[in-house]
Design a protein around this ligand. Structure first.
Ligand SMILES: *Cc1c(COP(=O)(O)O)cnc(C)c1O
Length: 369
């Protein structure tokens, strides 16, 4: 728990004003702007509602296509499906498990409006190439940056590449408040609209700033802003960001060094971090040679008191993915294969060295068959 977490939450409750528009919402947004360099930060009640707000602001027409990886969380796709758009699922790279930039062009049609990137484990997608493709075809870039707060690509923070980026502060993320999220925007006009959409389609925010003399219903919208209690929790976590990140990097580096020899010998791949990418130690995963070994290792670790879990089931082949979207030409064989082979190790800021060593011992006691 971050140092000021309880104190801030208690303070928010004592103030008696716990709906969304208060000092802790402002403070958390300010801290996020500092970490990400974003011009506009709109806190939301979850990463999922942040993506909903981003999609609502982006405003695709029915049947418009959004290119995105198959290997991601359902919320990346749901946000656009709810707006009547069609996700077109692109396969991932075998090394980073990010969208394969070389397969994006083949997925573009007349209906394509945007490319959504997801920086898996906070390791950046190949943004230079993707940016060039987007520019050539006149497409927007949108970032689902739920994993990547604090990560960067060639020195530039993740979340600053797209016209919009979504963050998540779900309990499983590096910085969290149980359920929370944010949209980052660079463009003033887009941000102005997003602010109205987040405020049930009213210009209430402009009213509170004294820009209009009454607030009215001016657009569509919904309620996406978190309460002061969640924002207080988040603000305390963000103040402790460097410390949290330091501890997570210590766990990540411990695993990476201690598992290298075993992985090489056993034909297991460890996370790849290409040159120019600084990752935020969000996930540590192994890629076993096949499904049978992945399942066997889960059992082996469980017997030794280590809980390790797999990750995404590819969207293109899921029931809703088939109904609402389609795979890009060539399908997504790499994503299907990676989903079968991937195993995540426990990674928390409060995992101390002896706990890490126990995990490593349990893993290296396994022999691939
Ligand atoms: C966690 C996550 C989300 C959703 O965030 P919630 O805060 O859980 O709603 C969206 N996309 C990705 C890639 C995520 O990892």
């Amino acid at each position: 728990m971050a140092e000021n977490q309880l104190a801030y939450v208690t303070d928010a409750m004592r103030r008696g004003w716990i709906s969304g528009q208060g000092p802790y919402n402002d403070r958390a947004a300010e801290l996020l702007a500092k970490v990400t360099g974003a011009r506009h930060v709109l806190l939301c009640t979850s990463g999922t509602t942040a993506l909903d707000l981003a999609a609502l602001t982006f405003d695709p027409g029915p049947g418009d296509e959004i290119i995105m990886p198959s290997f991601t969380f359902v919320s990346s796709a749901n946000a656009f499906v709810l707006r009547g758009a069609v996700p077109v699922f692109v396969d991932c790279r075998p090394d980073t498990l990010n969208i394969d930039e070389e397969r994006i062009e083949a997925a573009i049609t007349e209906r394509t409006r945007a490319v959504m990137v997801v920086h898996y484990a906070g390791v950046a997608c190949e943004m230079e190439r993707i940016g060039k493709i987007a520019e050539r075809y006149g497409l927007a870039v949108i970032e689902d940056n739920a994993h990547g707060l604090g990560g960067s690509y060639r020195g530039r923070p993740l979340g600053s590449f797209g016209s919009m980026a979504a963050l998540s502060f779900h309990a499983t993320k590096n910085v969290q408040c149980g359920e929370g999220g944010a949209v980052l925007l660079a463009d003033d006009r887009l941000a102005e609209r997003a602010e109205i959409l987040r405020e049930k389609g009213t210009n209430r925010r402009q009213f509170f700033r004294g820009q209009v003399d009454m607030y009215r219903w001016v657009d569509v919208g919904s309620a996406f802003q978190p309460s002061e209690i969640a924002a207080a929790h988040l603000a305390a976590q963000l103040e402790a960001f460097d410390e949290i990140q330091g501890r997570r990097h210590a766990v990540w580096n411990h695993y990476h060094q201690a598992l290298a020899g075993w992985a090489k010998e056993q034909g297991v791949a460890l996370p790849a971090v290409p040159d120019g990418c600084a990752h935020p130690a969000h996930l540590y995963y192994l890629l076993l040679p096949d499904l049978a070994n992945r399942q066997a290792l889960i059992g082996h670790l469980k017997e030794r008191g280590v809980q390790a879990v797999f990750h995404y089931s590819p969207l293109h082949s899921s029931p809703a993915g088939r109904r609402y979207g389609r795979p890009a030409p060539g399908g997504c064989p790499v994503a299907e294969n990676a989903a079968d082979r991937l195993l995540r190790l426990p990674l928390y800021a409060d995992l101390d060295e002896s706990a890490c060593a126990r995990v490593v011992d349990a893993v290296t006691g396994y022999r691939v068959s």
